[in-house]
Design a protein. Structure first.
Length: 301
């Protein structure tokens, strides 16, 4: 890790062996667990500022999914890049750490589906939710998959652009923040783990795993999650949403509002997908205050 990155990401990483693969994760602080799950094409770096804000009061657990960040990046013969395997990895990590109660989930992008599938299967463990531009349900009927994602998901050209030129991560580093664009050194940090054809395998496999039809492998798991999330509608929940997200737009936010009518919602009309970067000076204090305000509340799932 270079000095520029260490300054932005001042943590000591840990590793869990998953059948010969190394899963990198952060385990910072003491107290009730706050589990932060990233999406694609980010990594645990996305949560660095939130970890620094919370670790004096909470135990912050932040994994890099296999193929992402500082975790191993195996080929398809050694790892099944699917939603089900991602959830299994999370389950094994939290069981390894002895974390089985009072969990706050902080969810972004694919982290939402991974985390809420875990939650549906372990509902008694979940205390509250922090939702950041994500979905845990099927694509809303009025929403079409964006052309750029369809290109990457379904064509050889898209696959070549993702793995050959890091197109997905490169584009996201520029358009993920709309109001406060990322400076060059942070764009480099987000792209750093994805510096070769081999190291971009997860970036592509995540997109290819987007479930749209009954025949897609992860479709039944999304259906399971969608059917189960209503059990959490009375939990303390805070939603922070960048309305200029290139994928998770206001159509998805409306679905969250319908399903979680009691949620505390913060909308940012000028912000993009990387809400913790784009609006960090506003959002991180609000998350901190939300956790403090709901510390004493017991989960009722």
């Amino acid at each position: 890790m270079n000095n520029e990155l260490k300054k932005e990401y001042p943590f000591t990483g840990r590793y869990l062996d998953l059948d010969g693969l190394r899963l990198h994760y952060l385990d910072e602080g003491l107290g009730e667990p706050v589990v932060m799950l990233h999406g694609n094409p980010t990594w645990s770096f996305y949560y660095r500022n939130l970890v620094l804000a919370l670790r004096n009061r909470y135990r912050c657990i932040v994994p890099d999914h296999i193929g992402c960040g500082l975790s191993n990046k195996p080929d398809d013969d050694s790892y099944d890049y699917t939603l089900g395997r991602r959830m299994d990895d999370l389950e094994r990590l939290l069981d390894h750490l002895g974390i089985a109660t009072g969990i706050t989930l902080v969810l972004h992008d694919w982290g939402g589906m991974i985390g809420m599938l875990y939650a549906v299967r372990h509902s008694s463990r979940i205390k509250r939710l922090v939702i950041l531009n994500t979905a845990t349900f099927h694509l809303p009927k009025e929403k079409q998959l964006p052309f750029t994602l369809k290109l990457c998901r379904d064509t050889r050209l898209g696959a070549f652009l993702v793995r050959g030129f890091n197109a997905f991560s490169l584009a996201a580093s520029f358009i993920g923040c709309r109001k406060n664009p990322l400076p060059a050194h942070l764009r480099r940090a987000y792209r750093l783990p994805y510096d070769s054809w081999q190291n971009r395998i997860a970036t592509l496999r995540f997109v290819q795993d987007i479930p749209l039809t009954l025949g897609d492998r992860s479709y039944p798991l999304v259906s399971e999650t969608e059917a189960g999330i209503s059990a959490f509608r009375d939990l303390p929940t805070a939603i922070f949403w960048g309305e200029r997200d290139f994928v998770f737009d206001c159509t998805f936010l409306s679905e969250w509002e319908r399903r979680f009518p009691k949620a505390e919602i913060h909308r940012y009309a000028d912000a993009g997908h990387y809400i913790l970067e784009d609006m960090k000076d506003e959002v991180i204090p609000l998350i901190t205050a939300f956790l403090a305000r709901t510390d004493g509340k017991q989960q009722t799932v």
